[in-house]
Ligand binder design. Sequence first.
Ligand SMILES: [Fe+2]
Length: 151
Amino acid sequence: MEGLAWDDSCKIDIPLIDERNQRLMEIAAKLQELAAVKRKKEEDFENIGEALADIMEFARMHFNEEERILVGKQYPELNQHKREHKRFIKKLMGFRRLFSEDPAKVSDDATAYVASWLPDHIKEEDARYAPFIRVQNYLAECQAMGRRGRS
Ligand SMILES: [Fe+2]
């Protein structure tokens, strides 16, 4: 499994979103690091469980925030984007439910899932709306300048 790391290829050039995505990647990298320990002790699994909870909590906050921006800008592919977010949260909820039964297996499966979903989502789905948001921001700026020019 490839190590998760934030780099310029993850940037979509919307500062708030980049900041949140970077944080999410950092939490996911922490999970990956914890899951990579060969002979895990009980406390290692506790830490993995906590990392899973952290990812879910931060992802929920970030997805809500991102969706509010997309609603505000009337992004035409909003529903598809929301579905992707929902899929991720649902999957993580499932992992967390099963975690107490078989932590060793679940921590590997959950880590693999997060490590593949997250960079893909940022580079494909988030990157897809970025130009749209930039154009909308530009148009809003032009309108504001027009209003200032007239007054
Ligand atoms: Fe997203």
